[in-house]
Design a binder for this molecule. Structure first.
Ligand code: FAD
Length: 426
């Protein structure tokens, strides 16, 4: 479709949900868009996120939804006001993908799958003229990098180095988790070399190490522990208390409940070198009830079968009690009852970022304007997980990636219009 921007050329680097959405926003304005990605195909992490059910967004009301972005709430709000969960669902419907709200409030495509959605989207992007260049790894800027209106970008390709010049660029290079899917954070030193601030990347939605004994590791790794509740006091002395399920791993604990609390646990470890959570192994029972049950006379029954008979504790829960309590503490019924309601589990470190579901840290919003343009680099925009925000799983990650991609893409179009008005567009 011809438009006033049809002579403008923009590079979108990174073909995840954020980059593809930026490409769509630009293509709708008639801009010539080239998407570059280091991998042989785009959207690999998006497809991985869709394994076992594509949880694309959440049906929660605006305020609790925004609360999921914690300290970055105020920066994410304007993005979601432009392209929030309802807009995302309408956009999906326009793509031919119907969605439904699951019992937990999470939103999924009707067929639960990511691949058909990605296929339909790529097809539509190609139809609007977006061109894709795979196996193009961005390696930095060319020598004329300081020329304000032109972005000369260097790519490593199977055919050697390739340099292109564009009127603007949208970076959507992702974080550092699951690097084999493409996002390896190789952009961090490239941005830092141009004096773009980057908050250190850290694992988010990740597991934590608790230095288990060989016995616990060998006998119980891989077992779910549910229901449980976790209490944790964060670095600001706010007490977090949530119920859910966790997974005992070879090195510690992970699972949805740990992920949901991972930011608070991680920050506590960063501040103190360790973090101790209190595990409630029977969240459905009050402390009084547990004390009453555990201290009942048990005759000749072992404590283990007493616990199993009275309050249903066995398996991995029992193993955790043995792991953490001394023999004496385990034999002291009133003390044991209190430990069952608040078992201290000490974490010493987060799992490596490569294993995490997402990344905290990145380019801070303070370095960007309202269109997500890097203030130090006019014409260079940023979107997605490479920005400094984090959120729990539940569709909040993808929603903010789509929203920021849209805002960066439309922002780049605004920038190009201003260039054109000044007669500075080639
Ligand atoms: C196992 C798993 C489960 C998940 N589940 C959910 C979920 O249920 N709900 C949810 O909301 N989110 C989920 N996520 C998170 C979600 O997938 C990410 O937040 C999202 O994909 C990030 O989008 P992005 O576009 O910012 O980056 P990415 O999707 O990481 O895309 C970045 C792209 O940039 C490319 N790239 C990187 N560096 C370069 C370079 N130098 N040159 C060229 N190209 C480059 C990469 O190849 C990649 O294609 C999950 C993630 C994982 C790993």
């Amino acid at each position: 479709m011809p438009s006033s921007l049809d002579s403008a050329r923009v590079a979108v680097i990174g073909g995840g949900p954020a980059g593809l959405m930026a490409a769509e926003a630009l293509a709708r304005q008639g801009v010539q868009v080239d998407v570059y990605d280091a991998m042989p195909s785009v959207g690999r992490k998006f497809l991985m996120a869709g394994k076992g059910g594509m949880n694309i967004t959440h049906s929660e009301a605006r305020e609790p939804f925004l609360d999921r972005y914690g300290a970055r709430r105020e920066w994410i709000a304007p993005l979601l006001d432009v392209f929030g969960p309802d807009t995302l669902r309408a956009w999906l419907q326009d793509l031919g993908v119907d969605t439904f709200v699951g019992s937990s409030g999470r939103v999924f495509p009707t067929d639960m799958k990511a691949a058909p959605m990605l296929r339909a989207w790529l097809h539509r992007l190609r139809e609007t003229g977006v061109r894709f260049h795979m196996r193009h790894k961005w390696r930095g800027w060319g020598l004329d990098a300081d020329a304000a209106a032109a972005h000369t970008l260097r790519f490593e390709t199977p055919d050697g180095e390739h340099t292109v010049s564009r009127d603007a660029v949208v970076f959507a290079l992702g974080g550092a988790s699951w690097p084999r899917l493409g996002s390896d954070a190789a952009w961090v030193p490239l941005m830092a070399a141009r004096q773009v601030p980057v908050t250190p990347l850290r694992p988010a939605n990740c597991g934590f190490d608790a230095d288990w004994s060989v016995y616990l590791r060998e006998r119980f790794a891989g077992q779910p522990i549910k229901p449980v509740a976790i209490a944790l006091t964060d670095v600001d002395d706010k007490v977090h208390n949530r119920q859910g399920e966790i997974l005992l791993t070879e090195t510690g604990l992970e699972g949805s409940l740990i992920y949901a609390m991972s930011a608070a646990i991680r920050e506590r470890i960063l501040a103190d070198g360790e973090a101790t959570i209190a595990l409630d192994l029977v969240p459905g029972l009050t402390l009084e009830r547990v004390v009453a049950e555990v201290t009942r006379p048990r005759g000749s029954r072992s404590m283990a079968s007493h616990l199993h008979g009275r309050i249903g504790i066995g398996g991995a829960k029992l193993a955790l009690l043995h792991e953490i309590l001394s023999k004496e503490a385990f034999a002291d019924a009133p003390g044991l009852a209190h430990a069952i309601k608040a078992l201290p589990v000490r974490f010493t470190r987060a799992r490596p970022i490569a294993e995490a579901i997402s990344t905290a840290g990145g380019i801070p919003f303070e370095a960007l304007d309202a269109h997500l343009m890097i203030e130090r680099l006019p014409g260079a925009f940023c979107a997605g997980e490479m920005l400094d925000w984090e959120a729990p799983t539940g569709g909040y990650l993808l929603t903010a990636c789509f929203a920021s991609g849209w805002v960066a893409g439309t922002g780049a179009a605004v920038y190009l219009k201003a260039l054109k008005a000044r007669g500075a567009l080639s």
